[in-house]
Design a protein around this ligand. Sequence first.
Ligand code: NAG
Ligand code: NAG
Ligand code: NAG
Length: 412
Amino acid sequence: MLWQLSLAALAGFAAWRWSSLQDATFTLDGITVPPQTVIVDPLMFNVIGEGGHYRQDSFTEFFNPTNTAPPFFQLFHPEFLRVLGDRPSIRSIASRPETIFAHEAPVWFPETDEVFFGSHCYGPKGWRDCSGNNFISIISMREVKDSVRASGSSIASLNVTVAKLDTPVVRQKTWGATGPYKSSLILINSGNVDRPSSLALMNPAPPYNVTVLFDNFYGREFNSLNDGKIHPTSHKIFITDPTYGFHQHFREPPMVHNQVYRFDPDTGNVRVVSDELVRPNGLAFSADGKTAYVADTGAAIGFLGRNQTLPATIYEFDVNPKTQVFEHRRVFAYIDAGVPDGIQVDKFGNVYSSCGDGVHVWNRYGILIGKFFIGKVSCNLVFAGDRNLVILAGDQVFLAEIAAGGINLAYP
Ligand SMILES: *[C@@H]1O[C@H](CO)[C@@H](O)[C@H](O)[C@H]1NC(C)=O
Ligand SMILES: *[C@@H]1O[C@H](CO)[C@@H](O)[C@H](O)[C@H]1NC(C)=O
Ligand SMILES: *[C@@H]1O[C@H](CO)[C@@H](O)[C@H](O)[C@H]1NC(C)=O
């Protein structure tokens, strides 16, 4: 199968030889390298050899064989050029060095072109004091685009406004978010020492009022609901429930098996669709809803540390057309840096996940084609319309301007 390219792009990339997507015989010689992009030809790195240096720790030591200063794009396969386009850029757009203000729960609200996201725990430096609630902030993509335009050809860091919202206390530790769903944001709340995990809707405009949709499984509490998506064809809501609340000292010890749930907002039914992951985390569907991707962050165990022999893996499932149970689990990708967290899918069917060194991108067959290398942990990411990928990195937010766009996450 040949790779579809615009004619203009084809002229520049004519040096490639292709057989098929999965079994591509390609050469990275002679291609036009886009700005901020470094080619990392796998053939150059297959052998380290005696006396060479092998990475000891996937969480702290990254694969950056060219020693390039982040942020930049690592290209492992020419298919990544279709993601990047001719004139990509990546830069920091907001930074608050004292706070983990941009942890997870990114959601783009198209009407106002705003990106909402949640902090880690409250308090200075964010990571330590987990007893209070976290906070939700907004970045205006209009302001971002104006600032980008004003900076011309410079790719220097920007520092746009981050507006912290005043939200109701019923929203306790929002760890995931998606939508919009019927013009509200879906909040996936981990809960707290004294408050249950919940799924809720939040008004994306002041007073940011919240309505909880469910907070129990037949009277039992969840561990700490984490992330999820609306299924693209059935519009049911799927959420993951690992034990990170306990592992970060703000929830009771595990109360149920770590699972993936399906919630039907019309009937109220909550059911399990997968119990096959150690710590199910980020979740995404292919655009046709037939495939589910679920990140397993088994290797990261909070206060119990890290264990590189446990999963740092995105699994792929078939979504049963009748029951929507996740079936036929198989490995989609094993991550080389940290663990895979939030997941998004682009319009070409590529899969993106936030990992220990930035965002990794695989084609639909699970071949790593490139990275948005930021040199530090990203926990989640979201497309803010076509060509704008927003990457959350704790005390920093990055914007990548690329050719790809996300699939529709909203209902209706
Ligand atoms: C960005 O602006 C915020 C608020 O104005 C400030 O606290 C922060 O230090 C700035 N970041 C940098 C890297 O200067
Ligand atoms: C917010 O409040 C308005 C006015 O009462 C209501 O119509 C809307 O449904 C509420 N939204 C949420 C998400 O609670
Ligand atoms: C890591 O996990 C493996 C598999 O569960 C276990 O056998 C091993 O003891 C763990 N290592 C540490 C250091 O905890």
